[in-house]
Write a new protein. Sequence first.
Length: 303
Amino acid sequence: MGLEYFSFADLWSPVMMVVSLLIILLYSLVTGPWRERFSASEPVSKKRQAAFIAGIVLLYLAQGGPLSLMGHLMFTFHMTAMAISYFIVPGMLIYGVPAWLWRSIFSRPFWRPFRFLMNPLLGLFAFNLLFSVYHMPANHDWIMTHYVIHGFYYFVMLGAAMISWWHIMCPVAEWSRLTNLRKLGFIFLNGLLLTPACVLIIFATTPLFSVYNDPEVWTRAMGYCISGNSAEFLSQFKGGPAFFSLMAPTDDQQLGGIIMKLLQEFVNIAAMYAVFMQWYRRERAQDDDPSFDHASSSRLNNV
């Protein structure tokens, strides 16, 4: 793809690398030596720690590592980075943070005015709306060529994705707002709502996004990814993004849409399986407990 033309800083974003390492260090301290400072804290399993650290590393690779730069060269890599950032990473981060730490952070009075953000309907629609609006061609090109807006929009989408996945795998039992049956419906609708945007991209017969087809727009977008005199540096690549692309623009666009949808469906199927098995194991445990009040449980689950 011609990545040899770019510097280490262009490919690996040292600032985001340092931020990611600091987050991992802080997490390791809070769940390790500093754990006793938190009330009702418990040891965090190696599995949870590995999930959180892997989630941060994946987010860095998608938004700060080579995949981020490649996402400005080909639409396929752009969609791959988005799928990793918003379908895979949120669940890993939520799972990696122990329940006692979630309680310690979000039980504070400061968060009370923001509780409306945790409404399941908002969690269902917010990310899908943000994603769909972003991938309207004119919006996409404008956001990609305005660095501050681009960074802010990606941060908001990550927050919306975290809220959406929170309702599916809520790690704090008393904060869960959905029964297992409703979680299955939530996952199904989540996949359904993203389908129109993916279909638009997959079945388009002409290139939709100027960032990947117009050398002038591409140069403006790339200017935020590389150091030094970006216009002079990029002028050596005749044809702009076509110089780096491995396929025709329409094929690249269609493949990107397919990868996005397939990865979402794969993650959704895995989530539905996990929710169903959790439901099944709980029902089996209750059936084996003669003191369990099934009538009361049924009424509570229908609230």
